[in-house]
Design a protein around this ligand. Structure first.
Ligand code: PLP
Length: 381
């Protein structure tokens, strides 16, 4: 019997090392990692700059309590907010925690209790983030849920308008729903959200845990959406594999998070901050982001050339790409793995491709060849 709880449906592959996009299992078999640990390993596995950042910092100081000053957190915050409308940051350890902070800040600042979220969204597994999530399967067996959240269909104007009342603190969304199947907010819906938020004094929370830090070809996905969030949450790619989360907020929110209102022991720990600073310095370089956009175009073009549009819908931005196969994709995930390509599902019908942002065009070609050889042949499983 396993010594671990069964809460993960683990695949029978034991990965032991990696470099760039390539990972190797305990038997020496190599795979192209088009999961990046689900949008985490943004600079690829064992990137020399990250290895160096960990080595250097680990010889100085691993952990210091948030009871003490941290100019390093301040510098990372400044890098994340440079040339944006955000002015303050809070660091934590994961995406769910960043969302918990956002939910608490929105309620504290507005004094109101309702947060509107959307069907198929995913915001994490802690109690608040789970209740915010618009997928019943995530909540099953854990009820009753917090009453704070009202969840309505995504990109549906009249459903959103129907739940707006005087008790709404915030509207919370992913610019591109990652776990839910790679569905982007439409420009029209983004405009409606912005207008409602502005006219009613409602806060806009954007969850960029999966889409942030270059994943969609810009620093943040909201930059391409027409939204100007009051609060944004980050995690996954921010640490390049080292656990760290962040919540950024606008100046007006500053006084609502005074001493003692919120915190976490490990949040913004020196090792995590050193790594995240290295990731951000690399990813926010204009040439790096241009390169991500070019690789995204190459990937999308190769997929569109290879997969007939009546059978496959290609969606997404940057290096967060979904292939909607209009049927259960779980057999493809196993077949790809056997053929040396790691991919992940989004919803039930969508293959999600999330290579490291450092993936090469050659690796993209190899991955597309493997994928097409699988999805274009009727499954034998
Ligand atoms: N928000 C989004 C959009 C996510 O994709 C995820 C994780 O997949 C989370 C929140 C939760 O992040 P974590 O698993 O780090 O708690």
């Amino acid at each position: 019997m396993s010594t671990l709880f069964k809460n993960y449906a683990r695949r029978p592959v034991h990965l032991v090392k990696g470099e760039g996009t390539v990972v190797e299992d305990a038997d020496g078999k190599q795979y192209l990692d088009f999961t990046s640990g689900i949008a985490v390993v943004s600079l690829g596995h064992a990137h020399p700059a990250i290895v160096n950042a960990i080595q250097v910092q680990s010889e100085k100081l691993w952990h210091v309590s948030n009871l003490f000053e941290s100019p390093e957190q301040g510098n990372l915050a400044a890098s994340l907010m440079n040339d944006t409308h955000f002015s303050h940051a809070f660091f934590c350890n994961s995406g769910a925690e960043a969302n918990e902070a956002a939910i608490k800040l929105a309620r504290k600042h507005t004094g109101k209790s309702t947060i509107i979220t959307f069907d198929q969204s995913f915001h994490g597994r802690t109690f608040g983030a789970m209740a915010a999530t618009g997928q019943d399967k995530i909540k099953q067996g854990f009820g009753p849920m917090l009453e704070t959240f009202k969840t309505v269909p995504f990109n549906d104007l009249s459903s959103l308008e129907a739940v707006i009342d005087d008790d709404v603190a915030a509207i919370m969304l992913e610019v591109i729903q990652g776990e839910g199947g790679i569905h982007a907010v439409t420009p029209e819906f983004a405009t409606v959200i912005s207008d409602i938020c502005k006219s009613k004094g409602i806060l806009c929370i954007v969850d960029e845990v999966q889409t942030g830090i270059g994943r969609t070809g810009t620093r943040y996905a909201y930059e391409q959406s027409g939204l100007k969030p009051d609060i944004m949450t980050l995690a996954k790619g921010l640490g390049g594999g080292f656990p760290i989360g962040a919540m950024l907020g606008i100046a007006e929110l500053f006084d609502s998070f005074g001493p003692g209102t919120h915190g976490t022991t490990f949040g913004g720990n020196p090792l995590a901050v050193a790594v995240a600073q290295t990731v951000v310095d690399h990813v926010f370089d204009k040439n790096f982001l241009k390169d991500v956009q070019e690789k995204s175009e190459a990937l999308i073009q190769r997929l569109k050339e290879s997969l007939p549009p009546e059978q496959f819908d290609i969606r997404g931005k940057g290096l967060l790409i979904g292939i909607d196969c209009k049927g259960d994709v779980s057999p493809y995930i196993r077949q790809a793995e056997e053929a040396g390509l790691l991919i992940v599902q989004a919803g039930s019908d969508v293959i999600r491709l999330l290579p490291p942002l450092t993936v090469t065009e050659e690796e993209i070609d190899q991955a597309v060849d493997i994928l097409t050889s699988i999805v274009l042949v009727p499954s034998t499983i």
